[in-house]
Write a protein that binds this ligand. Structure first.
Ligand SMILES: *Cc1c(COP(=O)(O)O)cnc(C)c1O
Length: 486
């Protein structure tokens, strides 16, 4: 451990100061005696240099897209252009207040409007709300729209949502939060939805199906048109989880595939840094016949002016304060305009190319359960068993993931989707160079060789990180959540 990695309280020395407050310009006001402190607060006493070094070192102990390759499947950890940050920090955008009148924020409303036009063109849907603040929040909003639609037709008995067994965990969770029952449809051995399993599930109790295409295994559901007509035929709607739209941009549109409702993750596909629960945006798009159910407020263009609509008899309700995380929407607008139509298409093509390149380069050492061309991501099922070790004594997917950290790469998503026991889900994204992909492939091959020679190297990994392998069970059972002097 480096000296400045210590806790800031441990660096403290009595009387040391980092900053002196200016003399108080205001008249002194006396607090009631009962509210006065008896002792000084136990704040660390440190110099400015101590503080800067401590926090700078702390920031280096973390891993982010700005420090290295981050192939976390179903997360789209792409590089986020820094110009977005400069634009989002402009005072005209950063210093506005949500209660300002329309007249004084026409430029801001224009950003909402233009981003909506772009997302409509990219997805083939008719209208978007920007109110949801995350992907899962978008799912809930979309399902609320679905319910409002069925209710408006007096179709109250539709309480089931069909979800494939490969779905992202938020899909069934959102359906449950929305008060709907989850019914699982099975995948075929090739990883795609089993239409024969779907057919008997479709009756008058089904509100809709939640899917993503390409699905969570990175595979395109080729029978999507047939699935859409079956679900529509049974009176249900199709919900599209568009958190990871990378591979489709400029290529195929969910609206054209037959989807009625979808969400996008602006903080994945449209380049806002994410992770750690930071601000997000999960706009929800709908086909024309569902527009009147979208939550409010929304921005509309009328008589050459932008207006905020707040009232409607048909809206599914309010889902957030004001109009979502504007800074994230602004970054998406900047990103879309910077790339333009042609380059957005290249995002799709490059993200698919990168994933296939890694898959083909490693499938002789890692188990590829489903052969064929993938989209932006794919899943390995652990190391190919060399016969010398079994799962207990050999190296598992967790060990491979931990060992990658020693080599300076973030681990892929592991043990998800649940279809495979040793799932290792890799999504390189389009922002990585051939050289970075080659370096990753080389390290993955090296790790496979280490596993064959001496699996303990992997089982004891990581060896070089500030924190070694934590005991996850103990951390969950006995969390230490407050500072104690060591
Ligand atoms: C990330 C993700 C979500 C959830 O998005 P959050 O913003 O984390 O709520 C939903 N579906 C898929 C496929 C995702 O990758």
């Amino acid at each position: 451990m480096k000296y400045y990695d210590k806790l800031i309280f441990e660096l403290s020395a009595p009387g040391r100061k980092g900053y002196s407050l200016p003399k108080n310009r205001f008249p002194r006001t006396e607090l009631p005696a009962g509210q006065l402190r008896k002792d000084r607060p136990a704040l660390p006493q440190v110099s400015e240099a101590d503080v800067v070094r401590h926090y700078t070192n702390l920031s280096q102990m973390n891993f982010g897209v700005d420090t290295g390759f981050y192939p976390l499947g179903s997360c789209t950890m792409k590089y986020n252009p820094k110009i977005n940050e400069e634009i989002a920090a402009l005072p005209a955008f950063a210093a506005i207040h949500p209660l300002q009148d329309e007249e004084s924020i026409q430029g801001v409303l224009e950003v909402y409007y233009e981003t909506e036009q772009a997302l409509k063109a990219i997805t083939g849907l008719s209208a978007f709300t920007f109110n949801p603040c995350a992907g899962a929040h978008g799912e809930l909003t979309g399902l609320m729209v679905m319910r409002a639609y069925h209710r408006s037709r007096g179709d109250d008995a539709r309480v089931k949502v069909i979800v494939p067994d490969s779905a992202h965990g938020t899909n069934p969770a959102s359906a449950a939060v929305c008060g709907l029952q989850v019914v699982v449809v099975k995948s075929k051995p090739d990883g795609r939805i089993d239409i024969e399993d779907l057919k008997p599930l479709l009756d008058s109790s089904v509100a809709g199906i939640m899917m993503t295409n390409p699905n969570t295994l990175g595979l395109f559901e080729r029978e999507i048109r047939e699935i859409a007509s079956l679900v529509h035929g049974a009176g249900g709607l199709l919900y599209y989880d568009g958190a990871n739209m990378n591979p489709l941009m400029g290529m195929v549109r969910p609206g054209d595939m037959g989807f009625d409702i979808m969400h996008l993750n602006l903080h994945k596909t449209f380049s806002t840094p994410h992770g750690g629960g930071g601000p997000g945006s999960g706009p929800v798009g709908v086909a024309a016949h569902l527009e009147k159910f979208l939550p409010l407020p929304r921005v509309v263009l009328r008589d050459n002016k932008f207006h905020i609509v707040t009232d409607s008899d048909t809206s599914a309700g309010k889902v957030s304060a004001f109009m979502g995380n504007f800074g994230v929407i602004l970054r998406a607008d900047a990103y879309i305009k910077m790339l333009g139509k042609e380059n957005l298409k290249a995002v799709g093509q490059l993200s698919v190319l990168g994933a296939n390149y890694i898959k083909e380069s490693l499938k002789d050492v890692y188990k590829l359960p489903i052969e064929g061309v993938c989209k932006h991501e794919f899943v390995f099922d652990g190391l190919i068993d060399d016969g010398a070790h079994d799962d207990v004594h050999g190296a598992t997917t967790l060990d491979v993931a931990k060992r990658l950290l020693d080599y300076g790469f973030h681990a892929p998503t592991i043990y998800f989707p649940l279809l495979f026991h040793q799932a290792l889900m890799i999504e390189p994204t389009e922002t990585e160079s051939r050289q970075t992909l080659d370096a990753f492939i080389e390290v993955m091959r090296k790790i496979a060789a280490e596993a064959a020679e001496d699996p303990r190297i992997l089982q004891d990994a990581p060896h070089n990180t500030p924190v070694r392998r934590p005991d996850e069970t103990a951390a969950a059972r006995n969390p230490i959540l407050k500072f104690t002097t060591l």
